[in-house]
Design a binder for this molecule. Structure first.
Ligand SMILES: Nc1ncnc2c1ncn2[C@@H]1O[C@H](COP(=O)(O)OP(=O)(O)O)[C@@H](O)[C@H]1O
Ligand SMILES: CC(C)(COP(=O)(O)O)[C@@H](O)C(=O)NCCC(=O)O
Length: 310
């Protein structure tokens, strides 16, 4: 009897199957460039870029062209002339604190910008849309940083809507880990990109009204076991003592001199009280909504990919 295949909108691939889908996509990145894109504690090498990120870059390139044709179908229906109008393709990247979203976003940005049909790729992180510290204090949310309610979600939705609507110049606020606050008067200006990547913990959150995820043309969830992410978070915290925290201007400067055991206890406390509950209550439940899930093993390497096919 032939086995009945379980019906599913997803297809699951191991890395050795996924890497074949690179087809003939060339590798436009050097080892030095990759080092500059890699975040603290991340291990991705050129082989992983070739085997995991190049097939992804090819898939997105195909989808950008298909999405433009869909847009043209709607404008034809409306009797509008859309010749020459390109709608920015928007990609969301979600996942826990310390899972490596920023590295994924930066590598993808660089690879996508090397295709001649969409050279202008911009990247914004949603931390710029956190409420300023004074507003978080007023709302009693200082220990809920990164939870959905700590963001100005309407401003984020407005920002992406304006970019997608073809506005010439749209600006986003900028967050600083050093100041632990939004930087007053500083802005990230986005000028009609071909592709916009929006990276942040909660970008895939659904809502009772239109939310930013409704404007995504493609979305990625970076996934790993909770225990592995906790370990990466704690290790990164220990490392930050010698890098970011060492700066006297850092909000966390008082952690710079902590011995290993105390720093570890502090990091575990932050993980257990803020970042793990946010992962479990808010972030992980959005995983089924992603077009693609990149699954990391305990050594950070991506070995499984789940793609939403339907
Ligand atoms: N307290 C901090 N000071 C300076 N940089 C930080 C701090 N916390 C996180 N970062 C950096 O901010 C970036 C985003 O981190 P995070 O939100 O944990 O997402 P991810 O690890 O998934 O990219 C990373 O490059 C990380 O190294
Ligand atoms: C700034 C963040 C909320 C992440 O913002 P994102 O760009 O993902 O929206 C997060 O990295 C953070 O600092 N969380 C606070 C708890 C902690 O420091 O671990």
């Amino acid at each position: 009897m032939p086995r009945v295949r379980e019906l599913s909108p997803y297809v699951e691939l191991h890395r050795d199957q996924w890497r074949e889908l690179r087809s003939f996509t060339p590798l436009p990145l050097t080892a030095d460039e990759l080092l500059r894109l890699r975040g603290l504690g991340e291990k991705v090498d050129l082989r992983e870029v070739a085997e995991v990120y190049l097939p992804l870059s090819r898939l997105i390139n195909l989808q950008v062209a298909a999405r433009q044709r869909l847009y043209e179908a709607t404008t034809t229906f409306l009797g509008e002339d859309c010749r020459g109008t390109k709608v920015p393709f928007v990609i969301g990247i979600a996942g826990s604190v310390a899972v490596g979203k920023s590295t994924t976003a930066r590598i993808l940005r660089t690879l996508l910008a090397r295709w001649p049909d969409h050279p202008r790729v911009d990247l914004v992180t949603t931390d710029g849309f956190l409420y300023p510290r004074a507003e978080l204090v007023r709302r009693g949310l200082m220990h809920r940083k990164g939870f959905p309610e700590s963001y100005d979600r309407r401003a984020l939705l407005r920002f992406v809507t304006e970019v997608k609507s073809g506005a010439e110049r749209v600006s986003a606020p900028v967050y600083s880990h050093l100041a632990y606050d939004i930087l007053p008067g500083v802005e990230h200006v986005v000028e009609r990109p071909d592709i916009l990547i929006v990276e942040g913990l909660n970008v895939l959150q659904p809502g009772p009204r239109l939310t930013v995820s409704d404007l995504f043309d493609f979305s990625i969830y970076v996934d790993a076991h909770t225990e592995d992410i906790e370990r990466w978070y704690v290790e990164r915290f220990l490392e930050l003592r010698h890098t970011a925290f060492a700066d006297p201007a850092s909000h966390f400067h008082h952690f710079a001199g902590l011995p290993d055991d105390e720093a570890r206890a502090e990091a575990r406390h932050l993980w257990r009280t803020i970042n793990e509950p946010n992962l479990i209550e808010n972030i992980r439940p959005t995983r089924p909504r992603a077009t693609l899930v990149l699954r990391k093993d305990s050594d950070h390497s991506i070995n499984r990919v789940r793609l939403r096919k339907l």
